[in-house]
Ligand binder design. Structure first.
Ligand code: HDE
Length: 705
């Protein structure tokens, strides 16, 4: 079989056969008839009635009328990309016979689709929501789909509740309000009556629900799956994706701004990173639990509302995922891709997690209606790179021509083909599990602890992460009109942590609970905090350099070079698009006018020197707002020479900046300043700015009034 680079290209080669390039072609009908006029209907006389016989117009309009397919019932809005997965070594072979996980010579092609959950296809990216992270591995043993989320647990324990949960979070049925929001009565009503949702609700109220980028979020398979080795021995497994750029979030205020300024913020970010060759990367890791330890935990491994703390079972690195190619057509590829938790390959199997089992039904079922029939696996993006040979036949959109007269097994008239694979080494063998029991509809007692991991999550947060969680609860519950719902949620939170419940209550006009119901167990899992694992890289981080006529191009160039050398993206933002004059009268092209951007687009701001610049920037309310917002959002801000004055004009307070004669670098709370400019600007200025950007945000910065 093909290996290394070849197998990575194998999917692309397959797709090439379906790609249609309009370059050099002429317009035809669907029947291939050339068309010379497509702007006017066929009519009787220039101003007369239109004719039904105009087959070209009819076809054009009909095709347009039928362009839409149903959007996904959840995860409707998404963005996808191709890439590859490669295992680091053979060490997992002891546990699984899945070759893509154990053969480092294989580069397995993948398609990944990221998504939000609640919003419609056209909703904004930066809403408070879970993010989907679904990967289709086109392995040499068939397609494997790891349909993951960016949070490691789920709202419910049993799939039968999924329609209830989704109906509660989606827009309310009487008025279809609100779009892509959990901040409304029905969602919180559901939460208050289903305490098993609380752990996931803590994640949803945390910064995890506001990823800075799809490229900067973790992924989790959520369920406990099973790895199966060549001898048929099973091992429980949880799958983890870890982003190479670190896990980072936006702030809620930025999200709201971005939802208007660029509703495609995350989608665009992924697209642009790949187009510019900055390929996003993740590491796949696994937590392995021997079957003998099935009952060694104080929760049930089959309960999808629980994590296995990483301190208890470390995450073991397996391989790397790289996304290096954008799709060519959103509909054909990203919209038509069909994931299914039951798409597994030899070496991977299910457990009896009742949420997973329900998914194994739902995904195939939903594709049948969404993609219009049973042949959706023939759609190019969905095709495996391995041969598909069976007696499944007919149905809507059959595109193959199965030859021969036999469509049944066993046959003698077709030479017995396709033949049963028998003991062929690649054959899928179901994991053998002995099962016994009564037919009942009842949740296990081991699923009944709803609070301790919600508490674990709360205990593991840093102070600033906790502040964000409290603010999120206050915002969301503040949008609930029903006081009974607000009170019930506070009651539930009181079982998570008394202090949390009181803080939330105080922000939403509910009487804070007097009594602690369950004492906080005090345990934490440091790996859950995003802030404890900062990266030192500024790769792909976006820096806005605010420029105007008279800019010190020499100084600006030095800082920009220092940042670009470290992988950051520096954009020059002018008063309008076009160019500005530099201090010597030369032209400096700008990347964008300030009227087309928002501070939320950037991770950091640079204010350069130049007397006219300072005058122009200080007098521009848009600049003041831009810098002020960046400051409030904790972003790294740098200014040199006279540019330091712009910070004061933008209302920045409480952080020391360089005095007018102070040419050394002053860095305080993520604000980096110096009076030096042009040729006097040293390398240490750019380096200091880069270090602050790498911290993502200066969380200890004084708050502006
Ligand atoms: Fe999904 N989910 N889900 N889900 N899910 C769908 O499948 C469902 C769950 C996830 O980019 C649907 O093709 C049920 C957990 C992702 O195309 C649907 C239950 C996790 C995506 C469906 C769950 C997910 C979906 C809608 C509870 C994280 C987007 C359209 C039993 C591990 C895939 C579709 C893409 C999509 C059902 C719970 C992740 C209806 C019944 C837990 C990333 O089949």
């Amino acid at each position: 079989m093909a290996s290394d680079d070849l197998s990575h290209d194998r999917k692309q080669e397959q797709l090439d056969a379906y790609r249609v390039d309009p370059a050099g072609t002429r317009l035809t009908t669907d029947q291939g008839v050339l068309v010379d006029h497509t702007d006017d209907y066929l009519t009787v006389g220039e101003r007369g009635p239109t004719l039904l016989e105009d087959f070209h117009a009819r076809e054009k309009i009909t095709r347009f009328d039928h362009e839409r397919i149903p959007e996904r019932v959840v995860h409707a809005r998404g963005a996808g990309a191709y890439g590859f997965f490669q295992a680091y070594d053979t060490s997992l072979a002891e546990f699984t016979c899945a070759r893509f996980l154990t053969d480092p010579a294989l580069r397995t092609p993948v398609f990944v689709r990221f998504s939000t959950v609640a919003g419609s296809r056209g909703s904004a990216d930066t809403v408070r929501d879970v993010r989907g992270f679904a990967t289709k591995f086109y392995t040499e043993q068939g397609n494997y789909d790891l349909v993951a989320n960016n949070m490691p647990v789920f709202f419910i324990q049993d799939g039968i509740k999924f329609p209830d949960f989704v109906h509660a979070v989606k827009p309310e049925p009487h008025n279809e309000i609100p779009q892509a929001q959990s901040a409304h009565d029905t969602f919180w009503d559901f939460v208050s009556l289903q305490p098993e949702s609380l752990h996931m609700v803590m994640w949803l109220m945390s910064d995890r629900a506001l990823p800075r980028s799809y490229r900067m979020m973790q992924g989790f398979g959520v369920h406990t799956f099973r790895l199966v080795n060549a001898d048929g021995r099973g091992t429980f497994v949880k799958f983890h994706w870890k982003p190479a750029l670190g896990t980072h979030s936006l702030l809620w205020e930025e999200c709201q701004q971005l939802a208007g300024a660029d509703p495609d913020f995350n989608r665009r970010d992924l697209w642009e990173a790949i187009e510019s060759g900055q390929y996003p990367e993740w590491e796949l890791g696994v937590q392995l639990v021997p079957e003998s330890d099935e009952f060694a935990f104080d929760f049930d491994l089959l309960d999808a509302t629980k994590i296995i703390p990483e301190e208890q079972v470390p995450v073991r690195p397996v391989g790397r995922l790289v996304l290096d190619r954008n799709p060519q057509n959103f509909f054909a590829e990203t919209e038509q891709v069909a994931f299914h938790t039951a798409n597994i390959v030899p070496g991977i199997d299910f457990t009896n997690d009742p949420l997973l089992q329900a998914r194994n039904f739902s995904y195939l079922d939903t594709q049948l209606i969404r993609l219009g029939g049973p042949n959706f696996a023939q759609i190019p993006v969905n095709r495996p790179v391995t041969p598909v040979t069976n007696n499944n036949r007919d149905g809507y959109h059959q595109t193959q021509i199965p030859a021969g007269r036999t469509a049944y097994t066993k046959n003698s008239l077709g030479g017995g083909c396709p033949a049963i694979a028998g003991d062929f080494p690649e054959v899928f063998k179901h994991y053998q599990e002995k099962v016994e029991g009564h037919k009942i509809r009842r949740r296990a007692a081991s699923f009944q602890d709803f609070y301790s991991q919600a508490t674990l999550f709360w205990n593991s947060m840093s102070e600033v992460e906790r502040e964000h969680i409290v603010d999120a609860f206050r915002f969301e519950l503040g949008k609930c009109a029903d006081t009974g719902v607000r009170e019930r949620v506070v009651e539930r939170l009181n079982a998570v942590d008394h202090g949390l419940a009181r803080l939330v209550a105080q922000g939403i006009g509910v009487t804070p609970p007097e009594q602690e119901v369950t004492p906080n167990h005090g345990r934490s899992s440091p790996a859950l905090s995003q802030l404890l694992a900062p990266t030192d890289s500024i790769a792909t981080r976006k820096v806005a350099a605010l420029v105007a006529d008279g800019v010190d191009a020499v100084g600006l160039g030095r800082v920009a070079d220092a940042l670009r050398e470290r992988g950051a993206v520096v954009e020059l933002i002018g008063p309008v698009d076009g160019a500005v004059a530099d201090a010597d009268g030369g032209q400096v092209p700008v990347d964008r006018g300030i009227n087309t951007v928002a501070s939320g687009f950037f991770d950091a701001v640079l204010v350069p020197c130049g007397p006219d610049v300072v005058r122009a920037l200080s007098g521009d309310g848009r600049v003041a707002r831009f810098v002020n917002e960046a400051f409030r959002h904790g972003k790294a801000i740098a200014a040199f020479g006279g540019g330091v004055d712009v910070l004061g004009a933008a209302g920045l307070r409480g952080v020391r900046v360089a005095a007018t004669d102070e040419t050394s670098v002053v860095a305080e709370h993520g604000v980096v300043t110096t009076a030096a400019a042009a040729g006097d600007l040293g390398d240490d200025f750019g380096a200091a700015f880069a270090s602050e950007i790498a911290l993502h945000r200066a969380w200890d910065r004084p708050k502006l009034p």
